[in-house]
Design a protein around this ligand. Structure first.
Ligand code: SF4
Length: 220
């Protein structure tokens, strides 16, 4: 984690920085393919330790075979494992997917609840996954924090620390609700394309406001 000993930027600066990044990355959105909240929930669980691209390769066949929670709840584990094997950790993911689908059927009539607490009670669903689904498929603002959000926000100085929940709170406090989902999307995209582990600072639209650029890059 590139954490510097600097105070967090003001809420106004954080808003401006997210706005600037959203101009650099127009149309930022999750890169996972889905048609409804159930499919996004499944795709997001599959994306752990994998790439969105790889997940998008397996989900068409998976969703064709198991189109909703009821179908997936009754699935044969070996069949699901075969369909998702290329995403890695396929045994754990299969267990989580079938367990999650069974819980959706038993507790929520097969529907994905638009509620953080209810979502995170489901098998294989943490805050990050819940936030992705809430923000993109259920219209409830959420700010999923993954490794890209952690790295980029710490470098710029709009968050501090490597605890995803703490960083989520810091960013949510600085930003209006309607910017939460966008903020997560642009920080993830910026982390993938520009602010990589080895950052491409000469291509970055917020380098003038970035603590890492000021304290590390410029002092080399
Ligand atoms: S200036 Fe460099 S370190 Fe800072 S956000 Fe941009 S790419 Fe990342």
């Amino acid at each position: 984690m590139d954490e510097g000993a600097h105070p967090l930027k003001s809420a106004a600066s954080t808003r401006r920085i997210i706005h600037t990044l959203s101009t650099q990355h127009p149309n930022a959105d999750t890169e996972l393919h889905y048609r409804n909240a159930f499919e996004l929930l499944v795709a997001t669980i599959l994306s752990a330790q994998s790439t969105d691209e790889r997940v998008n390769q397996v989900t068409p066949a998976l969703f064709a075979r198991y189109e909703d929670a009821r179908a997936l709840a009754a699935a044969d584990a070996a069949d699901v494992e075969r369909l998702i094997v290329s995403t890695g950790f396929f045994r754990q993911k299969t267990k989580a997917l079938i367990g999650m689908a069974q819980q959706l059927v038993e507790r929520h009539g097969g529907k994905v609840p638009a509620d953080m607490a209810l979502l995170t009670e489901l098998a294989g669903v943490g805050r990050k996954t819940a936030n992705v689904v809430l923000g993109h498929a259920l219209g409830v603002p959420g700010l999923p924090v993954d490794r890209h959000v952690l790295r980029v926000s710490n470098r710029i100085g709009i968050a501090s620390g490597d605890d995803p929940e703490r960083v989520e709170q810091q960013l949510c406090k600085a930003l209006p609700k309607q910017m939460w989902t966008l903020a997560s999307d642009v920080l993830i995209l910026h982390g993938r394309r520009v602010c990589r582990p080895k950052p491409l600072c000469d291509r970055c639209s917020v380098r003038k406001e970035c603590e890492y650029y000021r304290t590390v890059v410029l002092t080399r």
